[in-house]
Design a binder for this molecule. Structure first.
Ligand code: ATP
Ligand code: MG
Length: 270
C-alpha cells in the first residue's frame, strides 16, 4: 500500500508546491512508483510539470463530483514512474463547488484507497490554508511534511499546524504521523535562517530533517519551463537537495519495522 504524504503548511510561498513536485520527481528517479495529487485550486503543481488547460483531461474536480472515476484523472508525466492528478479548478464556480465537496473529509481518502494501490508513494500538494482541501488531504495522509521557509511567520504556521494535527487525529481517529520539517530556501549564515533553525530545533528536534533545501534559482526556473529540476538541470544544487531528501525519507522509512511504523511516528512533537 502506498505511503501517503501531505505537503502542508498554513502559510503561502514557503515551498510546498516546489517540494511536492521535486520530491515526487526524486522519488520516481529513485525507483518509487509515485502519484502526485494537486489539492490547490491555483494549480501550480500542474504548471510546474508542464500541464496546461489543453493537456489536462479530468482532474480532482471531476473525481470529487463522481463525473469520472479517479483513474481517469491520473495523467502520465515525462518521468515513467511519476503520475499526476491535477486539481482542474478553472473557474470561481468550480472553486466554490470543490470547497463544498471537501467538507466531506473522507472523500479523498475513500477515492485513494483503491486508486493508490499501484503506487509506492502518494504526495498531496496542499493550499496555504488549514481548512477545506488541506483537511481532506490530512484525513487521507499517513504523514505530513512541513516545508518551512526561514522567518518568524513560518514558525507560527508550524505551531498552528501541529495544533490542528492533534485535532485531526482526534476527529478522524487516525494516527497521522509527521514525515518531517523541511527547511526550504535555506541561506546558510544568514540571521533569519540561523534563528529559524535554532527555534525549530528547540521545539521540534525529533521532526527536523537533516536535508535542507538551499535557495536555488534552478528550482524557480525549472517550474517556468514546466519541468521538475531533475529534468531541467539535474546537476543544480536544488535538484541535488531534493534527491538527497528523497533518499533520507526512504532510508528513515526502511529503518522503521513495518508493524511499528505508524506508532513510531505518532505523537512525538516536542
Ligand atoms: P502557495 O502557498 O502559494 O501554494 P508554496 O508554499 O506552494 O506557495 P512555492 O510555490 O513552492 O510555494 O514557492 C514559492 C516561490 O518560491 C516560487 O516562486 C518558487 O519558485 C520559489 N522557490 C521555492 N523553493 C525555492 C528554493 N529552494 N530556492 C529558490 N526559490 C524557491
Ligand atoms: Mg503551492
Amino acid at each position: 500500500m502506498a505511503h501517503t504524504i501531505a505537503v502542508a503548511l498554513p502559510k503561502g510561498g514557503v515551498g510546498k508546491t516546489t517540494t511536492a513536485v521535486n520530491l515526487a520527481a526524486s522519488f520516481a528517479v529513485e525507483g518509487q512508483r509515485t502519484l502526485l495529487v494537486d489539492l490547490d485550486p491555483i494549480g501550480s503543481a500542474g504548471a510546474s510539470l508542464g500541464f496546461t488547460a489543453s493537456t489536462v483531461g479530468a482532474g480532482l474536480y471531476e473525481a470529487f463530483n463522481f463525473v469520472t472515476n479517479f483513474g481517469a484523472a491520473i495523467h502520465h508525466t515525462e518521468l515513467p514512474l511519476l503520475d499526476f492528478v491535477p486539481c482542474n479548478v478553472t473557474s470561481l464556480q468550480r472553486e466554490d463547488r470543490i470547497l463544498r465537496l471537501a467538507d466531506n473529509r473522507t472523500l479523498l481518502r475513500n477515492l485513494l484507497r483503491p486508486a493508490a494501490q499501484p503506487y509506492d508513494c502518494v504526495l498531496l500538494d496542499c493550499p496555504p490554508a488549514l481548512r477545506g482541501l488541506t483537511t481532506t488531504a490530512l484525513a487521507a495522509a499517513d504523514a505530513i511534511l512541513l516545508p518551512v521557509r526561514p522567518g518568524l511567520f513560518s514558525l507560527d504556521a508550524v505551531d498552528k499546524l501541529f495544533t490542528y494535527l492533534d485535532w485531526m487525529r482526534e476527529v478522524t481517529n487516525r494516527p497521522i504521523g509527521v514525515e518531517g520539517i523541511l527547511i526550504t530556501m535555506h541561506e546558510p549564515r544568514t540571521r533569519v535562517s540561523d534563528i529559524t533553525l535554532r527555534e525549530l530545533a528547540a521545539k521540534y528536534r525529533h521532526h527536523l530533517l537533516t536535508t535542507m533545501i538551499p535557495r536555488s534559482t534552478a528550482l524557480g526556473e525549472a517550474s517556468f519551463y514546466g519541468k521538475p529540476a531533475v529534468l531541467y538541470e539535474a546537476r543544480s544544487q536544488g535538484a541535488d537537495a531534493y534527491r538527497t531528501l528523497a533518499r533520507e525519507l526512504l532510508s528513515r522509512r526502511a529503518e522503521i519495522p513495518l508493524h511499528a511504523g505508524i506508532l513510531e511516528r505518532f505523537g512525538t512533537e516536542g
